[in-house]
Design a binder for this molecule. Structure first.
Ligand code: HEM
Length: 518
């Protein structure tokens, strides 16, 4: 009995020491900003600045936005992602220094979970020269000339989507749709066909394995909070355990699908113009980074091609669906905007005999561009971007004379959605006002405050493809229908305070009215 008591006591002591050790480890870097005289809120062990995210009372965007509001009068401030200090830069001129002028000091992104996009599997993570070479290999996929060649694939998807929508509703003059679901199906088809030549026909609303697998893979469920928390605190263990938000089942399904396509093309000498084709053939690019010509990496292995396809599909799908859906929802709630858009579409369509959209007619739609830019401003799906310091650097706050030394490995965050909603840069930020991006007014937007696709040599490589697909999807929809919000109750598209990313609070249901009956 005596021995047992000592054993219990020993275990208790060991447990206490272990807990204390874990606590010391969790807060070891929490004096980082205190030592450097950088403003910040006191972090909590394990949670850093993001307690409310895990209590699910605030989104990731909400937490960053609140911090930004508190400290935006400074050029930079500190937050803690769990244990890790992250310097948030709020002065646009410093952003230019970091992302453009001194890009060679900040070439890399952080690890997968330091940024909020979960899909950055293939391309965003490589560092230094590996990233440069890969970017050189991928760039031709997104050059205007190649996008023009691919356009017919998007056009076919758009026509099919509208046809199926009408058929599904029994050719009714009013159709009720959940706009996120509609565009989700459209972009799965558009991206699958432009990336690896597959036509899953998700827009037919019929069940298909590809659509179901993708939908399941991107379904955000509460596990994202657990995985994010564990990654934030124990990144090495999570990497060692190869924990991913995409299931192994999905990854092996996708891998065998794309590999089959590659093998079939090789065996039968098939040339189908899409991104897989460009990656298999590889061309040279004229692009440079910091004046240095880009060199392509050795030929991509089939596995690497699969990973790039997966990144393009997932990244493009989530973001393009979100942007197109928010745009339609805003249009439904702003009749003046809708009237101008319909007029523009009719004028441009009127110029072509067969009224079909083309790469060139899309370019003429300036007002549609303004609508999409305003949507990207108000509903920035990527609400922060990051850069990791690779060479020692000193950042000066010219307003206070304060400076901070950055060491290799330290992370910088640029709060793009907070800029987009800052009334100093965009007056009346809650108002959906495409005129901000008119030819006369866009010159007044302060440089480096509108960054929906990021900035500098590491900006979004898929922006042209995304804009082309979103525009094509919207023109085909608005050529046939005008839209209306279902009820005033759902009319206000509010930011969801408990979702992980910046998301609307409600699931927008839209009425489509056939324009042929008016
Ligand atoms: C509306 C849709 C989209 C938005 C708002 C968007 C936004 C962004 C942003 C903000 C970044 C970070 C840039 C930076 O750090 O400076 C990024 C990077 C990236 N995006 Fe997009 N994106 C979109 C669509 C796409 C599409 C369709 C693709 C694929 C074809 C894509 C592929 C990528 C890749 C590969 C990167 C990493 C680039 C690099 O590290 O060099 N994105 N995107």
């Amino acid at each position: 009995m005596y021995l047992f008591k000592w054993l219990v006591l020993d275990c208790l002591v060991v447990l206490l020491v272990a807990c204390y050790g874990l606590y010391r480890w969790a807060v070891a870097k929490h004096d980082h900003f205190l030592k450097r005289g950088v403003d910040h809120d006191k972090p909590l062990p394990f949670f850093g600045t993001f307690k409310n995210l895990y209590l699910r009372t605030e989104s990731h965007f909400g937490v960053v936005m609140k911090q930004y509001e508190k400290y935006k009068h400074k050029s930079y401030f500190g937050i803690y992602e769990h244990r890790k200090p992250v310097l948030v830069v709020t002065d646009p001129s410093l952003i230019r220094q970091i992302t453009v002028i001194n890009f060679d000091h900040f070439m890399n992104h952080g690890d997968i979970f330091s940024s909020t996009t979960i899909m950055k599997l293939g391309f965003c993570m490589p560092k230094d020269n590996k990233w440069k070479n890969l970017r050189a290999t991928l760039l031709p996929c997104f050059q205007s000339e190649n996008l023009r060649f691919m356009f017919y694939l998007i056009e076919e998807c758009s026509l099919l989507a509208i046809h199926n929508l009408k058929k599904e509703s029994g050719f009714s003059s009013i159709i009720e749709i959940n706009i996120f679901k509609y565009f989700g199906r459209f972009f799965i088809d558009a991206l699958a066909t432009t990336t690896f030549g597959m036509r899953p026909n998700s827009v037919s609303f019929k069940e298909n394995t590809f659509f179901n697998k993708i939908r399941k893979a991107i379904d955000m469920n509460p596990t994202i909070y657990i995985v994010h928390f564990l990654y934030g605190n124990f990144p090495e263990i999570m990497k060692f355990l190869k924990v991913s938000l995409l299931s192994n089942d999905f990854i092996s399904y996708f891998k065998s699908l794309v590999k089959e396509i590659i093998d079939y093309r090789r065996k039968n000498n098939i040339r189908h113009f899409d991104i897989v084709h460009i990656l298999m053939e590889r061309e040279d690019t004229d692009e440079t980074i910091g004046g240095e010509a880009l060199k392509q990496s050795d030929p991509l292995t089939d596995d690497e091609i699969v990973v790039q396809c997966l990144t393009i599909l997932m990244d493009g799908l989530v973001k393009s669906t979100y942007v197109a859906s928010c745009a339609v929802y805003e249009i439904a709630n702003n009749p003046g905007v809708q009237a101008k858009l319909l007029k523009e579409i009719d004028t441009v369509n009127g110029k072509v005999s067969n009224k079909s959209i083309s790469y060139d007619t899309l370019k003429e739609m300036d007002y549609l561009d303004m609508i999409i830019y305003e949507t990207l401003r108000k509903w920035s799906i990527e609400h922060i971007i990051d850069r990791v310091c690779t060479k020692p650097y000193t950042l000066y706050d010219i307003t206070t004379g304060h400076s901070v030394n950055l060491e290799p490995g330290e992370t910088i965050c640029i709060p793009i959605a907070a800029f987009h909603r800052d009334p100093n840069y965009f007056p009346g930020p809650e108002k959906f006002n495409p005129e901000r991006f008119s030819e006369e007014k866009r010159g007044f937007i302060r440089p480096y405050t509108f960054l929906p696709f990021g900035v500098g040599p590491r900006n979004c490589i898929g922006s042209k493809l995304a804009l082309m697909q979103i525009k094509a999807a919207m023109v085909s929809l608005f050529s046939e229908f005008y839209v209306e919000s279902l009820s005033p109750k759902t009319a206000k598209l509010m930011a969801n305070s408990t979702a992980f990313f910046l998301r609307p609070q409600n699931n927008p249901i839209i009425h489509l009215h056939s324009r042929r009956t008016v």
